[in-house]
Design a protein around this ligand. Structure first.
Ligand code: FES
Length: 104
């Protein structure tokens, strides 16, 4: 049986409290580590395309560097304006030292 998980990174590439951008399946995906767990959302802000992976991670929220919208990195949900649409959140798993996301 095949699955649709793709290796994006090694665990050591994403320190605790960091967010980094990786590419897979033609997408840019921002992967963060919060309290030892990994989360993945689309890198592109739904407000005006800002690079969320270059934003500031505060707890489980990332602030877009362009106009300051905030998203929950665990769910992709918008936390504050000016964005009003959530970003896609991906299922993440760790196999050994590999951080993998499900690309459907
Ligand atoms: S592009 Fe992200 S808040 Fe405007």
């Amino acid at each position: 049986m095949t699955d649709s998980f793709v290796t994006l990174a090694r665990t050591e590439q994403i320190p605790e409290g960091a967010i980094r951008v990786f590419r897979a399946g033609g997408r840019r995906i921002a992967v963060s580590r919060v309290d030892g767990r990994f989360y993945a959302i689309d890198d592109i802000c739904t407000h005006d395309g800002g690079p969320l992976g270059e934003g500031t991670l505060m707890g489980d929220e990332v602030e877009c560097p362009r106009h300051g919208a905030r998203f929950n990195v665990k769910t992709g949900a918008v936390v504050s304006m000016p964005a009003v649409v959530s970003v896609k959140a991906y299922v993440v798993r760790v196999l050994g030292d590999d951080v993998q996301v499900e690309i459907k």
